[in-house]
Design a protein around this ligand. Structure first.
Ligand SMILES: C=C(O[C@@H]1C=C(C(=O)O)C=C[C@H]1O)C(=O)O
Length: 378
């Protein structure tokens, strides 16, 4: 399918108010879409299903599925154009994103509560977040999606829509997991600073510690279900105009129960905290809004691909030499927004430790909001 046809097909589907997701995986040169044929709400029961899932932060709530057998899948090559200016941006109703003093005060208060709880020994790290609504006067989500595709080549970029649930977009740098056959990969991502023309600037102790907390949590919890675990030393990665610390973690799955793997990992201390139960309830009780799908996860669930083991032409023609692999690839829903009632709601947060400074934590959320808004708004 050619690019124009791809985008017209999803636009028609959206205009018919039917559920769909369009996405591009990190560094890939093509976009895919899964278009559900009816308007039903399907959910994931035990992670043996096949399709595209969209899961909220709070795992007690339903994980939505676009089942492959009830959807049409389309794809096309997507080359990033050098003429970004051709792509229209959202029209903002008010001039600048003026954070109200109230929002700032509220977030700083929340961070102070988090630090207090850490000092009382209730937990070690907690990720606290907020949502910012920006009034917009035009909403063509497909154009916003194209903007994200152009500006975030190394992110998982998506546009997700269900008429009864909502419209979400994002460009996330964080993988929750990739499972290919028995091969397993994840990452530990934390620590944030603004990119200012240099990637290799030293990190502070606060960031090094908060990323190590995530790595240790993942490695310790995977021991029972993954063998031959390998962890890379933390490296700086760039996500939009931000830098993070990242370690790659890989191994071989001992069991095929994807549900167990997901429950073991989600929510990691990269987006919730340590320990998990205490920080999750602190978040649900103290944040001033509902995260919904922000810091949840999304992606392909149990997709079967047939791979030929030998590219020799005679072997390719012989089916006996091809193998079928089941792959799942899930991403943490960060750097995302929901579009609702002529507003773009942008979700941002950051990890709080005993060394956090509330003012700086506020600024980190402002930087995160701006990295998203800068590519979207005129
Ligand atoms: C919670 C977010 O990001 C997470 C928190 C980070 C941090 O605290 O430095 C960095 C990357 C993510 O693991 C977000 O972007 O909203």
């Amino acid at each position: 399918m050619i690019e124009k046809e791809f985008f017209t097909t999803i636009e028609t589907h959206y205009n018919s108010q039917l559920p769909f997701v369009a996405y591009r995986k990190p560094n890939e040169g093509f976009v895919k879409a899964i278009l559900q044929k009816d308007g039903a709400i399907h959910t994931v029961n035990d992670f043996t299903e096949s399709g595209f899932l969209f899961s909220p932060f709070d795992s007690k709530k339903d994980t939505i599925l676009f089942p492959l057998e009830q959807s049409k899948t389309i794809s096309c090559e997507y080359i990033i154009s050098s003429e970004i200016s051709n792509i229209s941006k959202l029209k903002r109703k008010k001039e600048a994103s003026n954070n109200s003093e109230n929002e700032q005060e509220q977030h700083i208060k929340l961070v102070e509560q988090g630090i207090k709880a850490i000092n009382e020994g209730r937990f070690e790290k907690v990720v606290l977040s907020r949502v910012e609504g920006v009034p917009i006067s035009e909403e063509n989500p497909i154009e916003i999606f194209q903007n994200l595709l152009e500006n975030y080549p190394t992110a998982f970029v998506y546009l997700w829509y269900h008429p009864e649930i909502g419209l979400w977009l994002g460009a996330t740098p964080e993988t929750l997991l990739k499972i290919e056959g028995q091969r397993f990969k994840t990452m530990s991502l934390a620590g944030t600073k603004k990119y200012d023309d240099a990637i290799e600037k030293p990190w502070g102790t606060k960031e090094i510690d908060e990323q190590q907390i995530v790595t240790d949590y993942i490695v310790n919890n995977l021991q029972d279900i993954v063998r031959d675990i390998n962890v890379t030393t933390p490296k700086t990665i760039k996500a939009g105009e931000l830098l993070h610390l990242q370690s790659k973690i890989s191994g071989v799955l001992k069991s095929e129960h994807l549900k167990l793997v997901v429950e073991t990992l989600h929510p990691t201390p990269a987006i919730c905290g340590l320990p998990k139960i205490e920080t999750k309830s602190f978040i649900l009780n103290n944040e001033n809004y509902n995260r919904e799908f922000y810091t949840g996860f999304l992606g392909e669930l149990n997709i079967k691909t047939s791979k030929s083991r030998n590219t020799n032409r005679r072997n390719v023609e012989n089916n006996a030499y091809s193998t079928v692999k089941t792959t799942s690839e899930l991403f943490v829903n960060l750097r995302c927004m929901q579009i609702k009632n002529q507003q773009a709601f942008i979700y941002v947060g950051g990890g709080i430790t005993k060394d956090s400074n509330p003012e700086l934590e506020w600024e980190e959320t402002v930087n995160k909001t701006q990295t998203i808004l800068s590519v979207l708004l005129n």
